[in-house]
Write a protein that binds this ligand. Structure first.
Ligand code: NAP
Length: 259
């Protein structure tokens, strides 16, 4: 399918690895020029070089912390006006509900709620002015079904989800869509870190931790960044203009719900 976005420009945050990279790759394949961000310059440059070579698109890189004001300013400065925004950042650390301090909550809110909101506030006006735009926020299945050890993620991402629900309906009249993509478990560094915690806590091997988790998913496997990226690229395509304010699970059926 021709996604109809060749020649458009996208800012993809936190995109040197994992799900962000998957989204960047799928957009590049559709002919979209990219501004890519991550903190570590080495992996970021390697990803940018791979995407340029594979897809012939323009890729600008900004090595910066997207959750910090200065980092965001540098990224937005390099990006200028964009047609497509994919928000993403690292997820908060796991722990117990009783352990987190106010500072822990502020950090999680900054990274997984206030950063995507700040990016939208800067970039939506340009999209509205040109009558076309796409925003996809990478959130988590935890907004549909809470993950006990990820209370910081449950809380912060639900705040973003509420903001998107209201805002998406206000920008839709201008040809701009905002949707959230909710990953279940995917085969990335983040998943390995979470499995590593289970391995230590339960005294089992990494393979056992992974097999146990995979067994809880109807698809009986982890998702791939490429699959996730394809879903993102579709939401950014010209075909997805009537999909507004939705929260779309990409989780192999892991969340057991009728709707
Ligand atoms: P990942 O494999 O750890 O990749 C994270 C990417 O984001 C890297 O490129 C990393 O590069 C960059 N990054 C992290 N923090 C950043 C920051 N503050 N500023 C700029 N770049 C940053 O993670 P992932 O699995 O793709 O997960 C992406 C998001 O989806 C996370 O929020 C995660 O919690 C959520 N999620 C993932 C899963 C899963 O199964 N993978 C499931 C549910 C939700 P640098 O470290 O160099 O900055």
């Amino acid at each position: 399918m021709d996604l109809g976005i060749k020649g458009r420009t996208a800012l993809v945050c936190a995109a040197s690895k994992g799900l962000g990279r998957g989204c960047a790759e799928a957009l590049a394949e559709a002919g979209v020029d990219l501004i890519l961000n991550a903190r570590g310059a080495e992996a970021l440059e390697a990803t940018a070089a791979a995407l340029r070579a594979a897809h012939g698109v323009r890729v600008t890189t900004v090595a910066a912390d997207i959750t910090a004001e200065a980092g965001r300013a540098a990224v937005l400065d390099a990006a200028g006006a964009v047609d497509i925004l994919v928000t993403n950042a690292g997820g908060p650390p796991p722990g117990l509900w009783s352990d987190w301090s106010r500072d822990d909550f502020i950090k999680a809110l900054d990274a997984n709620m206030l950063t995507p909101i700040a990016l939208m506030q800067v970039l939506l006006p340009g999209m509205i002015a040109q009558g076309w735009g796409r925003v996809v926020n990478i959130t988590s299945g935890s907004v549909k079904a809470p993950i006990p050890q990820l209370g910081l993620s449950n809380a912060a991402r639900t705040g973003l989800t509420g903001f998107v629900a209201g805002t998406a309906r206000q920008v839709a009249p201008h040809g701009v869509t905002i949707n959230n993509l909710l990953p279940g478990i995917h085969d990335t560094d983040r998943a390995q870190a979470l499995d590593g915690n289970v391995m230590k806590a339960e005294g089992i091997t990494m393979e056992e931790a992974r097999a146990r988790r995979a067994a809880t998913i109807p698809a009986r496997r982890y998702g791939t960044a490429a699959e996730f990226g394809a879903a993102c690229a579709f939401l950014c395509s010209r075909h997805a203009g009537f999909i507004v304010g939705q929260n779309i699970l990409v989780d192999g059926g892991a969340i057991n719900a009728t709707i």
